[in-house]
Write a protein that binds this ligand. Sequence first.
Ligand code: TXA
Ligand code: MG
Length: 323
Amino acid sequence: MVDRTDRAKNGYDASGHVSIVSASQESLRQAAQVIQDGGVVVMPTETVYGLACDAMNDSAVARVFDIKGRPSDNPLIVHVAAFETLKSLAIEIPEEARELAMRFWPGPLTMVLKKRESVPYRTTGGLDSVAVRMPNHPVALELVRLADRPIAAPSANLFSQLSPTRAQDVDPEIVARVPLVLDGGPCDVGLESTVLDLSAEEPQVLRPGGIGRADIEAVLKRPLGIVPPPSVRKSPGLYRRHYAPRAMVRLVDTLRQGEPGLTFGQAGPGQVHMPLDARAYAANLYSALKRLDEEGHAEIAVELPPEGIDWEAVVDRLKKASS
Ligand code: TXA
Ligand code: MG
């Protein structure tokens, strides 16, 4: 927990002023100033809320790792507001990156490219590649523009916990350590971006997410490689237990009566009804798990979604939450 002194140091006034504010021109201007000064704020994106700082500022990035409790070899995603900014981050911009950006940016597709020397290794977790995306959220885009620099932002959760999809879901420990949480409403997509590696010969999905594999393949006109095993150094973010609530998650075919969890059927007490549409399911998943977590259940049972490529990202998160 964070005491008064720490709060004061981190921009709280002595009265315990709450740092969650709705995004407005004024709060955006303040947030941009914090970023320019090397500080950290929470910003909304269309996927999940992010812990945002100047991507090129080594000590600001170090602070993000510290606040999250994240291992230093797990790299951050860099957010831009214009495709042209890629030139200042990557040494090579393959034609396929351009085509994908034309089709999916702004949006939940992160592309991994060979990094320029100017991008700190702190940001890329020691890798020679950098992950970049253009978020499809007016607040995030405006913050990048006002700060006038690329913004590094991992999801605004403590390491291995659930990503917040609403400002009120940001962990109080994180809220206490940033001067500002910009509230931009609930995230439309609700699951993190798809991470696509374009730095090697074969494009590869390192993390399924907001943009489906089939949609990417349709643009590239070639099949994508399969996700490598978690042992592979290339994808340090692929830890086993991840995206997890505090309760144990168990995957089941059908919820038993009275069993706390997520169901496609009618929900009783301690249960949440989930939509049979993959997009709508994704948009609600983290807040549903969060809600059950807050009810204090030791275990949350989740009905397995139907088979199908549309569900790849949801099933990926459910498996990680349950491992
Ligand atoms: O939707 C999102 O991507 C959200 C919002 C805030 O933009 N961000 C997010 O960041 O989910 P984070 O840090 O929680 O996840 C970033 C993922 C990790 O799995 C990380 O390993 C991977 O991206 N990644 C980042 N840079 C990489 C690189 N150079 N090579 C391979 N994987 C990389
Ligand atoms: Mg994350």
